[in-house]
Design a binder for this molecule. Structure first.
Ligand code: BES
Ligand code: MN
Ligand code: ZN
Length: 502
């Protein structure tokens, strides 16, 4: 998709469609008013007759509106003006794209970016309109033998700006939005790819492709023999039941000052989680191909950062493996030694995410990180606690937690803190090893984070449990690309705090 910004009057646009907002009830936005004045009340006339109430998400497509140079005018319902917030803006941008894509308009001049959204500037609106457009038009058809493409798809979106002064800022917002959107698309593509194709080796190849594309991105892939040497007994214990060799993929993006400590992102990359010997029930087990969504979000963020050539240092670490049952697989009761030396009694082989993460988190220390953020589809309990709106957030450094909470609000890709109190730690006590890998029935998301906290004492660390937000089930089954927008917003905010300019 081609995106651009322009300032100009809506009735003067020679384009296949101009889109303007209508508020509930029947209130014209300023661009709609301009079109209405130019056409001597053509739009207000229709609205008075009840053709469009302005309810959020409503659409009305008009052809040949008098005294306009465009082929069509699309009216989009925006709901009540005082309620027009982040969500409403996202929804209208999303509907604009999917509606036009199916109706032969190949280009649109969108005036939605001129609508007032509480606490949001023009750059935010453009950035998010780009993301919403790409989200609306995403589909995963790589593995369908017949593609159902729109005959005349939407190809070009021009965002209206109130003044020429805002053009440079608008253009930067388009670039940021496009980079985040393509990071999300990469994250979705990797996650939607089935487990027989998307193996640990496949992820390693995708990382190689990124390394080829971007000059500031370098790759270090550790094989099982390397992990053996480093003593990564926890990570390797998960891979024992699989015929696919595990990989530890390290993507090193260095475009910042050498003295600048890196942000390290660690993403859980279980390319299929059967539960292992502690086998999962059969219902919806296919969805466990999404158990690498932490990893795919790290890929998405690394590609967006590289695409924008941000002048910072970021490391992406992805422990990648399958979790399968086999004669050699780890059994409940087995005890393994992690890279840190801590011994772990594996009471449930389905709590495998924390086992691969703990070694990756120990390994992260070698990069002397400013902060470490891990992202993982770690616990079903997180879905029970928070549903599918926010990711779960826990960590050992409250400023970092606050930065992530705030980035979540700004980006609309929210997270919510759960307590990581010492009181929960004793649930991990083991009779036979230093710790057990499960903490019993209660507070499953917190005890999983407690487990990780044993390996992250030497740096500032936060953990995002994305089990509820990384993919959708049911009719719309598929990856969401979250939390790429959250991670990118965190990085932009941090750059701004440090006085680093893009
Ligand atoms: N990948 C799962 C977590 C998961 C389950 C995410 C369902 C989304 C939907 C993870 O590896 C797992 O199996 N966790 C167990 C932990 C338990 C054994 C302590 C869980 O949540 O049941
Ligand atoms: Mn599991
Ligand atoms: Zn898992």
């Amino acid at each position: 998709m081609e995106f651009s910004v322009k300032s100009g009057s809506p009735e003067k646009q020679r384009i296949s469609c101009v889109a303007v907002g209508i508020y509930e009830s029947r209130k014209l936005s300023s661009s709609a008013q301009i079109l209405d004045d130019a056409s001597s009340g053509y739009i207000s006339n229709l609205i008075r007759r009840g053709e469009c109430e302005g309810k959020l998400g409503q659409t009305l497509l008009l052809h040949n509106v008098p005294n306009t140079l465009c082929d069509r005018v699309l009216l989009i319902g925006c709901g009540r003006e005082k309620n027009f917030d982040h969500n409403a803006f996202h929804k209208t941008s999303n509907i604009l794209a999917s509606f036009l894509d199916e109706r032969g308009a190949t280009e649109v001049f969108s005036c939605l970016t001129e609508l007032h959204v509480k606490n949001c500037d023009t750059a935010w609106k453009i950035n998010h309109a780009v993301q919403a457009t790409e989200t609306a038009l995403y589909n995963f058809d790589q593995l369908k033998s017949k593609k159902e493409n729109s005959r005349r798809p939407l190809r070009r979106v021009v965002f209206s700006l109130p003044s020429r002064r805002e053009l440079p800022e608008g253009e930067q917002a388009v670039r940021n939005g496009m980079a985040i959107a393509s990071g999300m698309t990469l994250a979705k593509d990797l996650a939607n790819m089935p487990g027989n194709i998307c193996t640990p080796n496949y992820l390693a190849e995708q990382a190689r492709a990124l390394e080829k594309t971007y000059k500031n991105l370098h790759l270090d892939i550790l094989e099982e023999a390397d992990m053996e040497k480093l003593g990564m007994g926890a990570l390797l214990s998960v891979a024992r039941g699989s015929r696919q060799p595990a990989k530890l993929i390290c993507m090193e993006y260095k475009a910042g000052d050498e003295s600048q400590k890196p942000i390290v992102l660690v993403g859980k990359g279980v390319t299929f989680d059967s539960g292992g010997i502690s086998l999962k029930p059969g219902a919806a087990m296919d969805e466990m191909k999404f158990d690498m969504c932490g990893a795919s979000s790290v890929f998405g963020a690394m590609s967006a950062i590289s695409e924008l050539q941000l002048p910072i240092n970021v490391i992406g670490i992805v422990p990648a493996t399958e979790n399968l049952p086999d004669g050699l697989a780890t059994k409940p009761g087995d005890i393994v030694t992690s890279m840190s030396g801590t011994t772990i009694e594996i009471l449930n082989t389905d709590a495998e995410g924390r086992l691969i993460l703990c070694d990756a988190l120990t390994y992260a220390k070698k990069y002397d990180p400013e902060v470490v953020i891990d992202i993982a589809t770690l616990t079903g309990a997180c879905v029970v606690a928070l549903g599918s709106h926010p990711a779960g957030l826990l960590g050992n450094h409250s400023p970092l937690i606050n930065d992530l909470l705030s980035a979540g609000k700004t980006s609309g890709d929210r997270c919510w803190e759960l307590p990581l109190w010492d009181d929960y730690q004793e649930q991990l006590d083991s009779n036979f090893a230093d710790i057990a890998n499960i903490g019993g029935k209660e507070a499953g998301t917190i005890t999983a984070a407690c487990f990780l906290s044993r390996f992250t004492k030497k740096y500032r660390w936060a953990h995002l449990d994305i089990a509820g937000v990384a993919w959708k089930s049911g009719k719309e089954k598929g990856a969401t690309g979250r939390p790429v927008p959250l991670l990118m917003q965190y990085i932009f905010d941090r750059m701004a705090n440090m006085g680093i300019h893009q």
